[in-house]
Design a protein around this ligand. Structure first.
Ligand code: IPM
Ligand code: MG
Length: 358
């Protein structure tokens, strides 16, 4: 049966980078005889302008039917003052929640040739290869009660950070198993020195570690982990964290690699259906100039092939093509010297040539 791929380009550079991914998708479908059906729909601010909602009903319906979703990016300042319901980011959070995409995998790795693009010294960053496993459908992002109270003096606003043990166990399981497939080290990050929910998190993860004797478990407080990521990132293999701490740490980790424009991500449910998106946002400041880096989106396509579409071999061909492109000296603007660089619209063709030549 054909596998269903839903493509949601979204806003800003989301549209440009997904168009690169679509070119590659069309190429591999043809070359490797893949049985995929694809559908492209508007989401985010673009959908709000056309249909009055950042996540129209048919997006949600098609998303639930899809095996994999390729999501570009959403948001731009002109929509910042809309009510939460109408904001582009609501599309992202609704998809995560409605599809139960609780496991967010955010790899941060350094391409050797790009080590001088990192803000850190080369000797600190050499060989960087971290996987952040972020809980994505719970914690303070979704906890109830939440709200703003405007008839008190002083007025106030509040959110709730809450995790039940099942939510902690299922994300920790993904993290332990990921560590088993990598270097066997897992660092769990929370604020157990302050928060009850973190202390609870730590106790569950510690208890689970008995089932994974081959994984070396450590714990770090979130503020310290942020510092350690910058001081000595190579101490980390897999990091597991709640929604909020994972959000913050994954931006730090991504930027260590020199460009957030290079890093893909996967958000998975328990049956490995998933949504795949670049770590970067919609970057409205550089949209429509043909200078965005589509490699994170192309890498996200590769993750989709690997985790949700059962095409690991094709995924590894794309990964190799990305590596070779960098080795051959091609750079997009964000990682170039500002003079010679590939335009967004030129990257897909170069990747395709590299796949042809592998
Ligand atoms: C991310 C983003 C989102 C988040 C925003 C856009 C809602 O920062 O995917 O990391 O906070 O999860
Ligand atoms: Mg973020």
């Amino acid at each position: 049966m054909s596998k269903k791929i839903l493509i949601l380009p979204g806003d800003g550079i989301g549209q440009e980078v997904t168009s690169s991914a679509i070119q590659i998708l069309e190429f591999i479908v043809d070359k490797f005889n893949l049985d995929f059906s694809t559908k492209i729909l508007d989401v985010g601010g673009t959908a709000y302008e056309k249909f009055g909602s950042p996540i129209p009903e048919d997006v949600l319906v098609s998303a639930k039917e899809a095996d994999a979703i390729l999501f570009g990016a959403v948001g731009a300042p002109q929509w910042d003052n809309l009510s939460w319901e109408d904001r582009p980011e609501n599309a992202l959070l609704t998809l995560r929640k409605e599809l139960n995409l609780f496991a967010n995998l955010r790899p941060a790795f350094l391409f050797e040739e790009l080590s001088n693009a990192s803000p850190l010294k080369e000797k600190i960053i050499q060989g960087l290869d971290i996987l952040i496993v972020r809980e994505l459908t719970g914690g303070i992002y979704f906890g109830e009660p939440r709200g703003v109270v405007k008839d008190k003096n002083p007025n106030y606003a509040f959110n709730t950070m809450v995790y039940n043990e099942d939510e902690i166990r299922r994300i920790a399981k993904i993290a332990f198993e990921s560590a088993q497939k990598r270097k066997g080290r897992l660092c769990s990050v929370e604020k157990a020195n302050v928060l009850e929910v973190s202390k609870f998190w730590r106790s569950i993860v510690t208890e689970m570690s008995e089932d994974y004797p081959d994984v070396e478990l450590s714990h770090q407080l979130a503020d310290n982990a942020a510092m350690q990521l910058v001081l000595d990132p190579n101490q980390f293999d897999v990091i597991v964290a709640s929604n909020l701490f994972g959000d913050i740490l994954s931006d730090i980790a991504a930027t260590l690699t020199g460009s957030i424009g290079m890093l893909p991500s996967a958000s998975l449910d328990s049956s490995f259906k998933g949504m795949y998106e670049p770590c970067h946002g919609s970057a409205p400041d550089i949209a429509q100039q043909d200078i965005a880096n589509p490699l994170a989106m192309i890498g996200s396509l590769s993750m989709a092939l690997k985790y949700s579409l059962g095409e690991e071999m094709v995924a590894s061909k794309i990964d190799l093509a990305i590596k070779n492109l960098i080795k051959q000296g091609f750079r997009t603007k964000d990682i170039s010297n500002g003079e010679n660089y590939l335009k967004t619209s030129e990257v897909a063709q170069k990747i395709i040539e590299n796949i042809e030549n592998e």
